[in-house]
Design a binder for this molecule. Structure first.
Ligand code: KG4
Ligand code: ZN
Length: 347
């Protein structure tokens, strides 16, 4: 019996992390990450309090080829043995995406290997693929710095968006409120750390769209609510614990995410709930959404902590899966796309 193996070199440069990974998948087994590295630009962007796309692109350009060399050496996979390059084509910052796509195109030309184009959010959704394929139908909650989405995944690599944010993404709200509290960039991890010492019931912040009857989100009103509350407290020179503000804000976000996801579960009856994206690293979200899924008899698969932030392992995992399903393109055809819906990547 011949064992089919997919060996994929994966590249992720959609925002401020340069990620390179080698993923191998032998049929009948779970896929494996044979080597992976993420080079973060967070220190560079902390100086400006946010990501400047051209600065991100320059950083990616400097590091990408040495990183590919390192990861290939560590994986002990020869370039000649690779089946394909998987690369994030979008969505993301155009100058940053273009660096990864150009690298994949150059290697595809040099090595005569096909390219598997991957949507960034597919990577997040399938970042728990190391545990094996989820059962279907699945429901995915993607919560990152740029996206808040509920997506039905009725079968492998099929995506139907059922809810999205009307304004700020959940991670963006964390980052903006963190800034109001004087916390450093990126705000999400700093805010959730501060919240550990706070009382989540100290402030009753609004829970936007909680009863809107659909699966859409909105977080900009909540951010404004926190802004006005802080302004009033300061005007009155009132004594308050910033940790209480952090904990109460965090609970408001978690309440909305858990409640909308629960409504989607009740309506769409998935077997598995996939939770992914940078905000999936949030301890309270992980705890409360797992409890909700348990009480609704749905298996919750939350991204491993190391895979919540941007990385190439998740791009390689979905890349191997998509390669086996026949998805591939060439260096002549591949293009970065700053704004592209995951639905376009459905098989
Ligand atoms: O997925 P990701 O690394 O990048 C995007 O694709 O956007 O997500 C980054 C976002 C940032 O907004 C960051 O503040 C947030 O995830 N984040 C968190 C936590 N860790 C990262 N938000 C809340 N709690 C956390 N522990
Ligand atoms: Zn991301």
């Amino acid at each position: 019996m011949s064992i089919k193996t997919a060996k994929i070199l994966a590249i992720e440069t959609s925002c401020d992390e340069t990620g390179i990974a080698v993923v191998t998948h032998e049929s009948g087994q779970n896929p494996r990450v044979t080597a992976a590295k993420v080079s973060s630009q967070v220190d560079v962007h902390a100086l400006t309090g946010g990501v400047i796309p051209e600065v991100a692109a320059r950083e990616h350009t400097e590091i990408i080829m040495p990183l590919i060399k390192d990861v290939l050496a560590e994986s002990r996979v020869q370039a000649a043995d690779l089946d394909a390059m998987a690369v994030t084509v979008g969505p993301g910052l155009m100058p940053a995406l273009a660096v990864g796509v150009a690298a994949a195109a150059a290697l595809s030309y040099a090595w005569s290997k096909p390219i598997v184009p991957v949507h960034h959010l597919e990577g997040h959704i399938y970042s728990s693929l190391l545990e094996g394929e989820p059962e279907y139908p699945a429901l995915a909650l993607v919560v990152s710095g740029g996206h808040t989405l509920l997506i039905n995944v009725p079968g492998p690599l099929i995506y139907q968006i059922i809810g999205t944010t009307r304004d700020d993404a959940a991670g963006e709200a964390f980052d903006k409120v963190a800034r109001l509290l004087g916390l450093p960039y990126p705000g999400g991890p700093a805010l959730s750390k501060l919240a550990l010492d706070g009382n989540a019931k100290a402030f009753q912040f609004s829970r936007p769209m909680l009863t809107s009857g659909d699966f859409d989100f909105s977080f900009s009103g909540l951010k404004t609510d926190v802004l006005y509350t802080l302004r009033d407290l300061k005007a009155k020179q009132a004594d308050f614990k910033p940790a209480d503000v952090a904990a109460s804000f965090q609970q408001a976000v978690v309440d909305v995410l858990v409640s909308k996801t629960k409504s989607a579960i009740l309506k769409h009856q998935p077997k598995v709930l996939l939770v992914a994206g940078g905000v999936a690293a949030n301890t309270e979200l992980r705890r409360q959404i797992t409890a909700m899924a348990d009480s609704n008899s749905v298996e919750a698969r939350i991204s491993p902590l190391a895979m919540c932030g941007d990385n190439a392992s998740m791009i390689g995992l979905v890349g191997a899966y998509a390669f086996e399903a026949g998805r591939r393109t060439s260096w002549q055809e591949i293009d970065a796309r700053a704004r592209v819906s995951i639905e376009e990547f459905s098989v």
